[in-house]
Design a protein around this ligand. Structure first.
Ligand code: MEV
Length: 451
């Protein structure tokens, strides 16, 4: 086997990296280099900023940036920016937004904004001594991190509680400091991690100097200090409600009451069955991730947290809920969301900066409401399709377009293909054969064909 490993790759210049990768892994190196370079930003300074976001960069990876207009949330109207590669998602969000804009809009409120971090450590001494020393430890930790927390405190945030958690029953000698934080409009990862690492250093020192701990002649070892992406106390609620009869236009060939009951049952199924819940929640994250990405927040953190929250009672369930009671349809979701509108890439990434401007420069709480609402809208649209027409109808339209683009179909060919496949099953082979045949038969005038 040819050795394609390399040492010192990160020290190569960008051109050298490109050359190496093209030579090693591509059949046509020069063409590959040209293609990768074609995605460089024309403004070298802007490209330098993009390169700075990560390491070993050789080009940019593009995603479509779409807009879902008509989101009415607490009476304000938003055009929601969405960065996503999956067809039908933006269309579905837009359609749900418009639907609910005529039925009172979405409502949202932030229930809490506390984030959590942990210092994991082991202590071989007596746990009673550790507990007794906690008030002093807490005071010392707060003092030792004053240089990091002062600014955050001026903004109304900082360290909230520091709690000692004894987990020795699960793992010998294992304890944690579980710390809660308020990080205002920033996601706060750097702030939290800096504080926690400093806590680790101080705690270690205290084990050697504090009377109660020194006496134990025991060792205290810091295992790790890191924020938790599980933020069940940083939660936003979003909901819609309307009289059942106002759902008249929701289900094709289905009356409003039947639609409401069928929709609510679909949500209950996702509450009961983890197989369905996973797909159901994936649909919610179609909307959430797209806005999170557009605003340069951390979609991996938000996904991880959302899925952990969906399993908080020990079983993985739907994140959304629905009731139909006394003639009223209610559909809602509580979701933990740790996002920021300052710091990170929010201002550095040009599309994130424009996305936040498009949303009216929201603070973190407003952004939480917008993101969760987009998730709920997405879920409404998906489940509405599923319990009425099925999703393939809408998907296939977009799928057809993607295939036609792949086959370099002209606008005229696209129009003819859309009409032809309106009542047929779309597959790559079927579309390719159709285009081939229509070109052979000159069904499409020559001058419409792409060279
Ligand atoms: C597809 O990306 C998302 C859906 O599967 C979600 C769902 O089934 O609820 C349509």
């Amino acid at each position: 086997m040819q050795d394609k490993t390399i040492s010192g790759f990160s020290r190569l210049s960008k051109e050298e990296k490109l050359n190496w990768i093209a030579e090693q892994f591509f059949e046509k190196p020069q063409e590959t280099i040209k293609e990768l370079k074609s995605f460089w930003h024309e403004d070298a300074e802007q490209q330098r900023v993009f390169d700075g976001f990560s390491e070993n960069t050789v080009s940019n990876h593009f995603l479509p940036f779409g807009i879902a207009p008509n989101f009415v949330i607490n009476g304000d109207v938003y055009a929601v920016p969405m960065a996503i590669e999956e067809s039908s998602v933006v269309a579905a969000a837009s359609s749900a937004a418009k639907f609910w804009s005529k039925r009172g809009g979405f409502h949202a409120k932030v229930l809490s904004t506390r984030k959590v971090g942990q210092v994991h450590f082991s202590w071989t001494g007596n746990s009673a001594a550790l507990k007794a020393a906690m008030p002093d430890i807490e005071q010392q930790l707060r003092e030792d991190t004053r240089h990091i927390t002062t600014n955050m405190e001026k903004r109304g945030g900082g360290i909230q509680d520091i709690e000692l958690v004894d987990l020795t029953a699960e793992e010998p000698g294992y304890y944690q400091l579980r710390v809660t934080f308020e990080t205002c409009d920033s996601m706060g990862a750097n702030f939290i991690n800096s504080v926690l690492e400093e806590f680790g250093v101080s705690l270690q020192q205290m084990a050697a100097t504090h009377d109660l701990l020194r006496r134990e002649e025991a060792s205290l070892d810091i295992i790790m200090a890191i924020l938790s992406n599980y933020t069940p106390e940083c939660v936003v609620r979003t909901w819609v409600e309307c009289p059942v009869e106002a759902l008249d236009a929701a289900g094709q060939n289905m009356d409003a009451a039947t639609f409401a009951e069928k929709f609510a049952k679909a949500i209950r199924i996702a509450q009961i069955d983890p197989y369905r819940a996973t797909t159901h929640n994936k649909g919610i994250f179609n909307g959430i991730d797209a806005v999170v990405l557009a605003t340069a927040n951390d979609f991996r953190a938000i996904e991880a947290c959302g899925h952990a929250y969906a399993a908080r009672d020990g079983r993985y369930r739907s994140l959304s809920s629905c009731t139909v009671k006394d003639g009223v349809f209610k559909f809602w979701m509580d979701l933990p969301l740790a996002v920021g509108t300052v710091g990170g890439l929010t201002r550095l990434h040009p599309i994130a900066r424009l996305s936040l401007e498009m949303l009216g420069h929201p603070n973190a709480e407003t952004l939480m409401m917008i993101i969760a609402t987009t998730g709920l809208a997405q879920n409404f649209a998906a489940v509405r399709s599923l319990v009425t027409t099925g999703i393939q109808k809408g998907h296939m339209k977009m799928h057809l377009l993607n295939i036609l683009n792949h086959l370099k179909a002209t606008p005229a060919e696209q129009e003819q293909a859309a009409a032809f496949f309106a009542d047929k099953v779309v597959s790559f082979t079927a579309v390719r054969d159709y285009i081939k045949q229509s070109r052979n038969n000159r069904l499409v005038p020559e001058h419409f064909l792409k060279k």
